[in-house]
Design a protein around this ligand. Structure first.
Ligand SMILES: Nc1nc2c(ncn2[C@@H]2O[C@H](COP(=O)(O)OP(=O)(O)O)[C@@H](O)[C@H]2O)c(=O)[nH]1
Ligand SMILES: [Mg+2]
Length: 442
């Protein structure tokens, strides 16, 4: 998510390895690195200067050079400053109370419709929320088929969807509100129309809809890929209709992270969530402290574990834990594990949450190889009979040939799978012996 910034910043962490002595010169060099990284990440110039000046002042005032572990302390100053720039100490709690009316605003293509659906999915994972009480609707009559897109998503979510018979935003809004009230829905999620650029007709339309709905949550959706430009867009929306929090979409793309870095400071409003993919589960709460850690390539295990919990059902997790504790992993479990991994995200996206990964220099090619291998393994296992999955020993040459044909791979791939599987099994056995295996991600 913050690859770009963290690639530059991780050199800082390395250069200031814990006991390194700080001099005026290497502090100045570090500040230059920070300046360059932020400018390249498309953070506005004035903001970069402010940030760097604050880091410098603090470094001087704390007499970093005299402390025991000056390197660590300097990195901590940078970390804390980033955290402060990104928002408060903690993330902004986001909750849907009863009688909530949630509206998303933003330009066309910014990710409003997708983010609205992701948000509903997220709300459904919260305690005290009954899925039956949620209603999804849209007043996007600008983009053809926009409402169909949302209806599809509502179906996937298995949440009620209402299509107004009017095709004019204000009349449709009235209908939707009446419907929500008549059927006792406790939360309404309303999608709105955008335009390619900020435009008065859109803002007028939004104002009238907002006046009618009196939303409890006005959420601005911004495309992180548009960099600095997104700050200008946010300001325009803020002046015209106002908003409470933002969702920054497409943080998984090769965005340089500048928009996320600058948002809170420039708009004085928090980012509540970031979108990290096209799937409905690809929405993360925005935690300034975790993000600061990621920018410095310190990893973000907490988010990874949360992601795993969201994508993997409790009973699946427990079943896997049991298999692991017994130390009796079968190929079936192995396939299941790969399947669980896949649901959390691609290998590349998972690695991004682990600390110090930049140092390993994992190339896109290595990731492709890994993904390919996993795909092959899954195909091979699904071409096996249930007995073969339980007892790989029975895989004779002729069976291997049959499976290879079925899975569209070479027999060597099957041998490779068995080797990997045996290694994993030995490892798991060892772990369960020393009592370390507490499951997949714990
Ligand atoms: N990779 C990625 N794509 C996204 C994300 N959010 C939205 N998109 C894609 O961006 C495009 C526009 O999204 P949509 O919700 O239709 O935008 P809207 O016009 O504002 O409603 C769609 O193809 C989405 O799949 C995200 O977080 N990551
Ligand atoms: Mg839309």
């Amino acid at each position: 998510m913050f690859d770009f910034i963290s690639e530059r910043f991780s050199s800082l962490v390395q250069a200031f390895g814990s006991n390194k002595r700080l001099t005026e010169q290497n502090i100045q060099e570090a500040l230059t690195t920070i300046t360059d990284a932020l400018l390249e990440a498309d953070v506005p110039y004035a903001l970069v200067t402010t940030f760097v000046e604050e880091v410098k002042q603090e470094a001087i005032s704390q007499k970093v050079t005299a402390s025991v572990k000056p390197g660590d302390q300097f990195i901590k100053i940078v970390h804390d400053r980033i955290k402060q720039f990104l928002g408060a100490q903690e993330h902004t709690p986001f909750a849907i109370e009863s009688n909530a009316r949630v509206m998303v605003l933003g330009l066309q293509g910014s990710g409003k419709t997708t983010s609205l659906a992701k948000l509903v999915k997220w709300v459904m994972t919260q305690k005290n929320v009954s899925q039956q009480q949620l209603l999804i609707a849209s007043v996007d009559y600008y983009r053809p088929a926009a409402i169909d897109q949302l209806e599809q998503l509502a179906k996937q979510l298995n949440v009620a969807f209402y299509r107004a018979s009017a095709t004019q935003p204000v009349a449709a809004t009235q209908e939707i509100l009446a419907y929500a009230q008549a059927h006792d829905f406790s939360a309404l999620f309303l999608d709105t129309a955008g335009r390619l650029h900020v435009d008065n007709q859109m803002l007028d339309e939004l104002r009238s809809v907002v006046n009618l709905v009196q939303p409890t949550h006005k959420i601005l959706v911004l495309d992180a890929m548009t960099g600095q430009e997104s700050l200008t867009v946010a300001k325009a929306f803020n002046e015209a209709v106002g908003f409470d929090v933002a969702i920054l979409s497409k943080m998984d793309s090769d965005t340089r992270g500048g928009a996320a870095f600058s948002f809170k400071y420039a708009l004085k409003k928090p980012i509540a969530f970031v979108g990290v993919g096209e799937k409905l589960t690809d929405l993360e709460l925005f935690h300034p402290d975790r993000v600061a850690g990621r920018m410095l390539d310190m990893g973000d295990i907490v988010t990874l574990v949360e992601k795993a919990e969201q994508c993997i059902k409790q009973d699946e997790q427990e079943e896997m834990n049991k298999a692991l504790e017994r130390g009796e992993l079968t190929l079936q479990d192995f396939a299941k594990q790969m399947d669980m991994m896949q649901r959390i995200g691609s290998m590349g996206s998972i690695l991004k949450y682990l600390p110090g990964m930049k140092e390993f220099k994992i190339t896109p090619d290595m990731l492709r190889q890994g993904e390919l291998e996993m795909k092959k393994f899954r195909a091979i296992i699904s071409s096996m009979t249930p007995e073969e999955r339980l007892q790989p020993k029975m895989l004779t040459a002729s069976r291997k040939e049959r499976i290879a044909r079925g899975a569209g791979v070479q027999t060597a791939d099957i041998t490779n799978l068995i080797t990997r599987f045996e290694e994993t099994k030995q490892y798991v056995k060892l772990m369960s012996k020393v009592g370390l295996s507490k499951g997949f991600f714990r």
